[in-house]
Each structure stands twice: as structure tokens, then as C-alpha cells.
Design a binder for this molecule. Structure first.
Ligand code: ASP
Length: 336
């Protein structure tokens, strides 16, 4: 019998109503799982539940929790066939991305899931999300960190939260779906990773000072000068389209050049969920390249943030971080 470890970190799925709105409650989730008969059926894989403490709304998840979740997986790696991480939807794509970098050479499924409606409500989408995630984790076909939601299994570091209230809350705009859960669970074999060649390596993350800037028409770049200090190790710039920024007398460029000289790695992502950054196609993006910025190609902002944490936590210098930002390390970007 296959065995799966469920790691509950909080999020809507296990929340209760409080006078101040939905909030997680320690210990309550075990009771909730008792009320789902399918989880106790003979066809269901064996599972154990562990909870991180405190349980959090995922808006409060930080590098500390990422390290805790990854540690729980690593400590139990040999005892279980797969892992289901229950997590709030708001930052699930960030955590999925972070775990994908933390767990190198993963050979077992790590499936993040949650729900838009708590399990305590009758229309909860959590029931199906958790049952199907459990089956996927036990089946062992995927050997990576993935995210299951609304009937679709997505590569974790390709997923992004797309709907604040729909039950199909995540999309993977630049990579195919790993599996579809209809009447049966159909895997897209061509999109899955082959087994890794080495043993699992656990990379813990450090609390690296990084930032994200989203450009908009009329942006006054000079206002951002104060955050571009030597302290800032990496920054993700969400640009228009294929990597374009407003010219505005190129006010950003001297700032970027200085940041680059300070040792900050600047990664260019697109505000368009679909497609890739291509620096130099337009005059408005070529300058970014000349100023030392790297192209994030079709990476999500979530994965770019997690990747910067990862590379700096590895202790790499600026040049090595920059080089790796343009290489696919865990299938997080399409390098043509
Ligand atoms: N605020 C919640 C969270 O991210 C939303 C959810 O779980 O869907 O924890």
C-alpha cells in the first residue's frame, strides 16, 4: 500500500469562520478530514497528516516556512511515496516555485493544493482537490513539485494564480498541463520529467533582500532609486510585452547601471502571462540588456523571485547568478 504524507500549512481549505473572517485553527483540520469518507476508503492510499505551526494564511508565508515545508519533506522522504502540501492559494505558486528549487533531483511527487472555499462549507472545492492530489502523490508518475487545482495538474514553477474567486484558480501559460483529472487522471507523458540521475539534494533558503518592480505608464523611476542600494541582491522588473520599458529620457537606465555595478542582478519578466521576454527586439528593451539586465524569458514572476532566493542562498556571486537566471534549472523557463 502506497503511503502519502499530507503537510498542512494553513490556507482557506482548513479555515474556520471567525468574527474577523476566515482564519486557520490549529488541530481542527484532522477533525475535518475525518468527515470525508473517501479519505478512509479502501481504495485511498494510506496517509498521515502533519501540520506546520502556526498554521498561516498564505499571505504570511515567508522563507522560514519554505524551509520548514521542505525540511518536512526531506525528513520523511524515505518513509513516504509522495507528499501533498495543503497551502493557501494566494502564494501557492511562490511556494511551489521555491520548493522546486530547494528539492533538487526529486524522484517523488510533491503536490501542492488547497481550495477557494473552505472544507467546512458545503460547496467546498477542497474535497476533490485533496482526494485527487492524494491519488497523484501515491501514483508516483510525476517526479517534481506540482500544483493540483480545479482538475488540472500543473508544473509548480510554471503556475500562477489567475482567479481570485473561480474554482479553476491557476494557469500555466507557458508550459503544458502535466495531467487532467476528468473521469480518469490522464497524464501528459511528454510533459513529465524523466527520473533524476542523482540523489535528492536539499537547498535551504536564506532571507535574501530582493525586490519586484512593475512598470506602468508615467512611472517615475527616480522614486525607486532609494531602494536600489548595495543591499539589494536581486530585482525582478515586470516590463511591458517582450521586455519594454518607458524611455522617459532613459531615466531608469542610469539607476539600473548603478544597481548592476552595486552587484544587484536585474531580471526582466513580462507583464503578459503568455510569451517570452526578448531583449533587443525594440529600442525600448535593448537598453536594458546593455545596462546589464538578464532576460527571464517566459518565467513567471513567482518563479523568478524563488530562483533569485535559491541562487543567492547557494552563495553564488553575481555573475554566476546572472548566468543561471537564463538557464532552465527545474523546467521553470523555455530556453530555445
Ligand atoms: N488568503 C488565503 C490564503 O492564501 C486564500 C486561499 O487559501 O485561497 O491562505
Amino acid at each position: 500500500m502506497k503511503k502519502v504524507l499530507i503537510i498542512n500549512t494553513g490556507g482557506t481549505i482548513g479555515m474556520v469562520r471567525t468574527p474577523n473572517g476566515y482564519a486557520p485553527k490549529a488541530g481542527y483540520f484532522r477533525e475535518l478530514l475525518e468527515t470525508i469518507p473517501e479519505l478512509h476508503s479502501e481504495e485511498t492510499p494510506d496517509w498521515e497528516l502533519t501540520e506546520t505551526s502556526p498554521l498561516l494564511d498564505s499571505s504570511n508565508i515567508t522563507v522560514v516556512e519554505w524551509n520548514r515545508i521542505a525540511s518536512a519533506i526531506v525528513e520523511n522522504y524515505d518513509r513516504f511515496d509522495g507528499f501533498v502540501v495543503l497551502h493557501g492559494t494566494d502564494t501557492m505558486a511562490y511556494t511551489a516555485s521555491a520548493l522546486s528549487f530547494m528539492l533538487e533531483n526529486l524522484s517523488k511527487p510533491v503536490v501542492l493544493t488547497g481550495s477557494q472555499i473552505p472544507l467546512c462549507e458545503i460547496r467546498s472545492d477542497g474535497r476533490d482537490n485533496i482526494i485527487t492530489s492524494l491519488l497523484i502523490a501515491a501514483e508516483g508518475k510525476v517526479r517534481e513539485v506540482c500544483l493540483f487545482f480545479g482538475g488540472e495538474l500543473l508544473r509548480g514553477n510554471r503556475a500562477t494564480k489567475y482567479s481570485a474567486d473561480g474554482l479553476i484558480a491557476f494557469v500555466s501559460p507557458n508550459y503544458p498541463t502535466l495531467a487532467e483529472a476528468g473521469i480518469s487522471i490522464k497524464y501528459n507523458e511528454a510533459a513529465l520529467f524523466a527520473p533524476p540521475s542523482g540523489d535528492l539534494i536539499f537547498h535551504t533558503f536564506e532571507d535574501v533582500p530582493i525586490g519586484v518592480i512593475k512598470v506602468f505608464p508615467g512611472i517615475q523611476f527616480s522614486l525607486f532609486e532609494s531602494i536600489m542600494t548595495e543591499k539589494l541582491r536581486g530585482i525582478v522588473i515586470e516590463t511591458f510585452g517582450a521586455g519594454n520599458i518607458p524611455g522617459d529620457g532613459n531615466a531608469l537606465l542610469p539607476i539600473i547601471k548603478r544597481a548592476f555595478a552595486n552587484g544587484t542582478v536585474l531580471t526582466v519578466c513580462s507583464q503578459c502571462p503568455q510569451g517570452a521576454v526578448s531583449l533587443g527586439v525594440y529600442e525600448t528593451s535593448g537598453a536594458l540588456k546593455r545596462a546589464g539586465a538578464v532576460s527571464g524569458l517566459d518565467i513567471t514572476t513567482e518563479a523568478a523571485v524563488a530562483k533569485l532566493y535559491y541562487l543567492f542562498s547557494c552563495g553564488f556571486d553575481k555573475d554566476r547568478v546572472k548566468k543561471n537566471m537564463e538557464v532552465s534549472l527545474r523546467g521553470e523557463m523555455t530556453v530555445v
